[in-house]
Design a protein around this ligand. Structure first.
Ligand code: PLP
Length: 393
């Protein structure tokens, strides 16, 4: 148990004052507390169409719906009050606050964080920024484009008891490799038996196999009663990049521990950025409150998944057919394997540079390609250019 000994944070008089004032229904109420301009009606003054003030921990309606997206409507933990959820500055903000919480508020935690590589370039600098020690291990098989499960298990088995493992729940960035459901179950068993803490990052839920399917790992760990941290983003699956809408969920083993965790998170947010932007979370809340909009969202996500899958197939076939019977040299079948937005192509940094310099094709230096950038009008050009660059280097 990690979160059982988390203490309440020092009280923030302004936070408690606002909560108390908001809850006060007395007709004589005069709220002179929070430093926001109010109008003659005593309401927060909204300029034009803008609405812009939330309590420190974010909109409760948004948080309830966001946690249902991850954990499912019938989640026992959610209904028992065992999940401390706060609104964050998108997924990056959720990871940051989650790591800050681990560093500052969890007394009995081994402070090393395990990150499988290759991975999203932000984890290591973000954790280092907070003075956390990052341990890396390989989890990816370049030949097959799949998870090298034995390496992942070896890292779990050799890490000191009570270590934190960052796990991308779906649509891995950059490898697109996925754990099978059986592998999630084995991993959960191995991790819980060693008292390790999963730190889930779920930035692409719905872009892989489906909203529920992409949360399989998280829900399975939860079903075993595992404490966990989940960093959630709505940047990609609702196209809210610029609005920075996300949430951090900490699953504790009791309702009381979750309340103390939430209080710690409130402090971190208050001291770092005071409160999260309101607009985007209201959009999420609107969509998730309306069955018709929700259904539309599901359809759009399905269309996105289908297009990504078609693009994977097409690029693979184009590369296979550039020179009729002579496939472009390289291990291109991995393109078809992955899920989500990315594919980690077998291209060297020099080849990626040549694609940019000579063909204006921009691929990350490690070969990571955003599959959604391929279109009917450019896919052949991309395949031809890759073919030329690969053959000439
Ligand atoms: N995690 C992964 C793996 C990502 O790829 C990203 C975005 O690129 C994030 C988290 C954070 O996304 P955001 O802060 O835009 O929600």
């Amino acid at each position: 148990m990690f979160f059982q000994d988390v203490k309440q944070g020092p009280p923030d008089p302004m936070y408690h004052l606002k909560v108390a004032a908001d809850q006060d229904t007395n007709i004589n109420k005069v709220d002179l507390g929070v430093g926001v301009y109010r109008n003659e009606k005593g309401q927060y003054h909204e300029l034009g169409v803008l609405k812009a003030y939330e309590i420190t921990t974010g909109s409760p309606e948004f948080l309830q719906k966001a946690s249902q997206v991850i954990f499912g409507k019938d989640s026992e933990f959610l209904n028992n009050g065992q999940i401390a959820s706060v609104q964050t500055i998108s997924g990056t903000g959720a990871i940051h606050i989650g790591a800050l919480f681990l560093r500052n508020s969890v007394p009995n935690l081994n402070k090393s964080i395990y990150v499988g590589t290759p991975t999203w370039g932000n984890y290591v600098p973000m954790f280092n920024l907070l003075g956390l020690e990052v341990q890396t291990y390989n989890y990816y098989d370049k030949e097959t484009g799949e998870v090298e499960f034995a390496s992942l298990l070896a890292a779990v088995r050799t890490a000191p008891k009570g270590s934190t493992f960052v796990l991308q729940a779906c649509c891995n960035n950059p490898t697109a490799s996925e754990l099978t459901e059986q592998q999630w179950r084995t991993l959960a068993e191995e991790m819980t038996s060693r008292g390790h803490l999963p730190f889930f990052d779920i930035a692409y839920q719905g872009l892989g196999r489906g909203l529920d399917e992409d949360a399989y790992g998280v829900r399975h760990f939860a079903s075993l009663g595992s404490e966990m941290i989940v960093a959630q983003s709505f940047a990609k699956n609702l196209g809210l990049y610029g609005e920075r809408v996300g949430a951090l969920h900490v699953v504790a083993s009791t309702k009381e521990a979750a309340a103390a965790v939430k209080d710690q998170l409130r402090c971190m947010i208050r001291w770092e950025f005071s409160s999260s932007p309101a607009y985007g979370s209201r959009l999420v809340d609107l969509i998730l409150s309306d069955p018709e909009s929700q259904a539309k969202w599901h359809v759009e996500l399905r269309e996105i998944r289908e297009r990504l899958e078609r693009n994977r197939q097409k690029l693979f076939h184009q590369l296979a057919n550039v020179h009729k019977h002579e496939q472009t040299p390289g291990n291109w079948h991995i393109i078809k394997r992955g899920q989500g937005l990315f594919s980690l192509l077998p291209l060297t940094p020099t080849q990626c540079e040549a694609l940019k310099r000579d063909y204006h094709i921009y691929v990350a230096p490690n070969g990571r390609m955003n599959i959604s950038g391929l279109r009917e009008s450019n896919i052949n050009y991309v395949a031809q250019s890759i073919d030329t660059v690969v053959r000439s280097s």
